[in-house]
Design a protein around this ligand. Structure first.
Ligand code: 13P
Ligand code: SF4
Length: 348
């Protein structure tokens, strides 16, 4: 079926469901997918929309952790879904970074670090790009989720309370946050998940303000300072906007770091005829390049394979069949702790 015919069929089913259906899409989705969503946003906006929605069914065009977060947020305070459900048209679309942390490993790290300095509270903060079991461990220990859009606020909140932080899974996001909050590099220690005691000495465990799990986004972590030099040389007039999942030496060279929404807003706010080099996933950058008046360049074009898995065919398949293999249900035993973790973020 050609894309126009697919879009027409999707629109007709969409129309029939009315307010009972909410279709959400992340900024990294293909433009054809974005065109049939009710709302497109960054992880924070999409979490808020899922939390506020009364829709009976949410179809989430994105990756697994996003659909899981929506399922966590449609549950009530007792963990019941009350007939509401979340669906992911591309059920195989995961996030390699989220898969770099597991609940058991995070629990063991938390226990080890807490035992090394029992007199100072240790709070876990998990990037929303994490699996539900990781969010559940975080919630159980009084921690909060964060996104790239509110990470500074969440990290600062707990540091200001005098807590140490165990941050998972993205070592680069939290290292960038700490640098931008003015902390020296040695305030962060990296927990190597495959090494005994995370590869840290007792002294490192006791002196770090933030312990960073050693995960990363393979897409953004591939940016190098060489990419920045080359792009700046080619476009000296352009402002450089980079997603904070980029490694710290790269992100430190940016004029601004920010979530996908922050990047889009910075470009929309700027005067027409301004130029920008954008360091994030190419589905989004290619759409920004179509904005009239602005000159947009890719820092280096890179695509997230998982984000690219959702297609119009799969969306139509879900809407026509409600195929149970596309349904995302966080296991009941994880829901309440995971919900505490995400709700704490939304309340901060
Ligand atoms: P945002 O929260 O900035 O949309 O990012 C999500 C993501 O997966 C980035 O790689
Ligand atoms: Fe995960 Fe990176 Fe893809 Fe975002 S861009 S979904 S962090 S792999």
């Amino acid at each position: 079926m050609n894309p126009d015919a697919l879009l027409e069929k999707i629109a007709a089913i969409r129309e029939a469901w009315g307010d009972r259906l909410l279709m959400l899409g992340h900024h990294y989705q293909d433009s054809s997918v974005v065109s049939c969503c009710d709302a497109v946003g960054d992880s924070l906006e999409l979490s808020r929309l899922a939390a506020r929605s009364n829709a009976e069914r949410i179809v989430f065009c994105g990756v697994r952790f996003m659909a899981e977060t929506a399922d966590i947020l449609v549950r009530d305070e007792t963990g019941r879904a009350n007939g509401r459900s979340v669906w992911q048209p591309a059920p195989d679309a995961g996030c390699p970074m989220a898969d770099m942390a597991d609940g058991k490993g995070l629990e063991a790290a938390w226990q080890t670090l807490q035992a090394a300095l029992p007199e100072v509270p240790l709070t876990p903060i998990v990037y929303v790009n994490s699996n539900a079991e990781v969010k559940a461990v975080c919630g159980k220990h009084g921690g909060s989720a964060c996104t790239s859009g509110n990470g500074h606020h969440v990290v600062k909140h707990f540091l200001d309370l005098g807590h140490r932080i165990l941050f998972a899974p993205d070592q680069h996001l939290c290292t960038n946050i700490m640098r931008e909050l003015g902390y020296p590099a040695d305030a962060v220690a990296v927990w190597h998940r495959d090494l005994p005691n995370g590869g840290l000495t007792d002294e490192q465990m006791r002196s770090a303000r933030l312990i960073a799990w050693d995960g990363c986004c393979p897409i953004h972590a591939s940016y190098t300072t060489g990419d920045v030099m080359a792009a700046r040389a080619a476009h000296p007039e352009a402002e450089l906007l980079i997603h904070p999942e980029a490694p710290s030496p790269v992100a430190a060279l940016a004029d601004q770091t920010g979530s996908t929404k922050n990047i889009i807003d910075a470009i929309h706010r700027a005067d027409l005829d301004r130029a920008f080099i954008v360091g994030t996933e190419e589905h989004l950058v290619s759409r920004l390049k179509q904005l009239p008046g602005r000159k947009i360049y890719s820092l280096r074009p890179i695509q997230c394979v998982d984000m690219g898995l959702t297609t119009l065919e799969q969306i139509l398949h879900v809407l026509e069949t409600w195929d149970e293999t596309c349904r995302v249900t966080v296991p009941d035993e994880l829901v309440l702790d995971a919900r505490a973790c995400v709700e704490r973020m939304l309340a901060l």
